[in-house]
Design a protein around this ligand. Sequence first.
Ligand SMILES: *[C@@H]1O[C@H](CO)[C@@H](O)[C@H](O)[C@H]1NC(C)=O
Length: 461
Amino acid sequence: MFTNGVLRAVLCAVLTLELLVSPTLGAGSGFSLPIKRRSWHHRSRPHKRVNARVFEAKYYKHELGALMVKYRHAADILKGVGLNPEQDLSKYFPFVAGAVPVDESSLDSPIGQAATESSLVTPILLTSGTATMPLQDLIYNGIDILYYGPLNIGTPPQKLTVDVDTGSSDLWVPSGCEFCSNTQFNKKASSTYSSEGTEFQIYYGSGDVTATKAKDVVSLEQLSIKDQGFGAVTRESDEFNGSPNSGLLGLAFGSIAASKQTPFFERLIMDKQLAAPMFSVHLTRNQEFGSQICFGCYDKTKTTGGARWVPVISKTYWAVAMDSICVNSTMAAGDDVIAAIDTGTTLIYLPDDMTSRFYGLIPGATTAFEYGQGFYKYPCDAVFSIALTFGGQSFTMNVEDFNLGRTEDNSKYCVGGILSLGTGFPSYLAIIGDEFLKSWYSTFDYTHGARVGFSPSINNV
Ligand SMILES: *[C@@H]1O[C@H](CO)[C@@H](O)[C@H](O)[C@H]1NC(C)=O
């Protein structure tokens, strides 16, 4: 136990230092940032400097409550109870169609080695078997709240926007929903729409919806499934009505689909439409435009180095083993923690004991019960690095994303973006949201028994 602890502490130190360097690699290699800045738009303006921002608890309290709903079956799910039958997707590999999206050998970056210039992946050509979904970043008080992009449904295609969520597995859009204020899918206008008429309930991080099981053509550029199952939502809770997106695209495994329908991405795999059974996510920081998902591909222009791979340990959520969280080179260990990599969640949530150990490493940090259970504050002028360790590999994150703002104007305390999940969640569950993923371009790969790859994001340059 003692020896193990020491070894892990060393791992934390070595990899943290080395990773602190890696985001600058490739900085001089001339990648351009394809970000459309629309300065006339209020949300595109640079936000108030992080240190001037004042924390507003409302949104985060809501997210914490809503996660309790979204992850309410997590204990059973992670034990393998009540799952939909698993699809053996590996029988559809390897793919033959289209361009080779990545040079696998160069994509891998061995443990403990920084990606070098020569290990950068070959750029993919956006030809057959891949599609890019541009994402829009909803920014509120300088915080990137959610990312959503366009998806075509029906014949002729109707373009609707969906929140992209690797923490759930259903696709749904509002349709015939009396009290929904977002853009809806007009099923009467689609010649290919069909409905089973059965209703199901979906619970999400941001509320819950009642949907009718439906089928129609769903497409993204040339990728298309002619009878994709989805939920035609007839009632949604208020939380969704305030969102700019219409619906949600679940990108986790079909094993946890509430609708029991095979997810869009898994259908694309089974139909061998993809150049590779993977999708990669680039999330911008405080930029309304420029985020994207690359379906069937890895877009090297969004990274400054190769991917480090972490095996998926439960094909439900994109669940990986989380060893520890480091402040500078000191580690706060977790107890067999399972982390869900969740693009549909804004912040980072850890088990109670791990969270208190983590804040214990920041001098002056205390709980901030004034905002409710789970919140912590720390001295705004504290200097430290944060790294999360998954599957024995350590990943530093930008501490600017961790700072949610001062408790009040001129307060010397800031609220931390790592919250404790508290009771109501399995004691070993962590949820890793956009706050972390802005530092790491993430690749969700169905090969090698399923794995998540993290490549240093161009956001860090
Ligand atoms: C982290 O390291 C930096 C640089 O060495 C140092 O200034 C800072 O005090 C350390 N912070 C903590 C919390 O240990």
